[in-house]
Ligand binder design. Structure first.
Ligand code: NDP
Length: 284
């Protein structure tokens, strides 16, 4: 294997250590404890694990946190009134509603009803617009985690050909904007892209966020490229794998993120960073 393994666990740990210290100082200086409320509706087992991990991360860093676990048949109005209460609660600086939501609840309405200052997922249209304009408080957690990993490994996107595969609102689109902000030349590919490999093969940096196990093959990657794998796919044997065909790609890439242990650990860490930012903004 020749590729350097980009260790998301290690980077995540060091960012969390820094956040912990910053939080201690912030609490001493202001008397304010950053607070995060996480709302989970329904019984999705993966979501329940994410919510538990978010709660644990808050405790480790020294935040106050509240977790609301609501039943699958919760009505939209009930979620909206909980959010209205949390919007007005001074102990809570960040609000996160775990997606996906049960079908009776419109995710767009939910996202719109979170106060932009407390929208630590950065999904509210105001925050999305701010990212577009480069004038933001929060960045969406997964793409921000990718940028932090690149930075930690000294990989500067400036002037590079970057290809983002996937154009979702939570990963692909904001990822493209963040790379653009760092002066990359960015191509965004999706399911209607003709000859995907012709794009990925000339990329210096590929970010793949498709949601298909081992979708990106070694013959789609230029030797020496950096491959960032956002995908989290569960295989029939229960193991996790990414969207990139890790073993063969790591023979030719210069650096690659593993799954698990790459982008995944960074996402919650960036949520913690956003919550601290929200608390700091609240006392400004
Ligand atoms: P979505 O399903 O919302 O988006 C998938 C994207 O992939 C779409 O834009 C789709 O194109 C594109 N796509 C699908 N098939 C192809 C194809 N054959 N060729 C090219 N593009 C294709 O997924 P998400 O963005 O939410 O998530 C992507 C992956 O990242 C998932 O595995 C998810 O679990 C993981 N994830 C990981 C996170 C982490 O913390 N590490 C956080 C969030 C997600 P089109 O728009 O044309 O349909």
């Amino acid at each position: 294997m020749s590729a350097k393994i980009i260790d998301g666990k290690k980077v995540s740990l060091s960012v969390r250590e820094r956040l912990k210290k910053e939080t201690e100082t912030f609490k001493k200086e202001t008397g304010v404890t950053p607070g995060l409320a996480v709302v989970l509706v329904g019984n999705d087992p993966a979501s329940a694990v994410y919510v538990r991990n978010k709660h644990r991360a808050c405790e480790e860093i020294g935040f106050y946190s509240e977790v609301y676990e609501l039943p699958e048949d919760t009505k939209e109005d009930e979620v909206l009134s909980l959010l209205a209460r949390l919007n007005g609660d001074p102990k809570i600086h960040g609000i996160l509603v775990q997606l996906p939501l049960p079908k009776q609840i419109d995710p767009d309405k939910v996202i719109l009803s979170i106060k932009p200052e407390k929208d630590v997922d950065a999904f509210h249209p105001e925050n999305v617009g701010r990212i577009m304009l480069g004038n933001y408080h929060f960045l969406p957690c997964t793409p921000a985690g990718v940028m932090t990993l690149l930075d930690a490994y000294g990989i500067d996107p400036a002037g590079k050909d970057c290809v983002v595969v996937g154009r979702s609102n939570i990963v692909g689109k904001p990822q493209a904007l963040l790379l653009l902000e760092k002066n990359a030349t960015v191509t965004v590919c999706h399911s209607r892209t003709a000859d995907l490999a012709s794009h990925t093969k000339r990329a210096d940096i590929i970010v793949v966020a498709v949601g298909k196990p081992r979708f990106l093959k070694a013959d789609m990657v230029k030797p020496g490229a950096v491959v960032i794998d956002v995908g989290i796919n569960r295989l029939p044997d229960g193991k996790l794998c990414g969207d990139a065909d890790f073993e063969p790609i790591s023979e030719i890439a210069s650096a690659i993120t593993p799954v698990p242990g790459g982008v995944g650990p960074m996402t919650i860490t960036m949520l913690m960073k956003n919550t601290l930012t929200a608390a700091k903004e609240s006392v400004r």
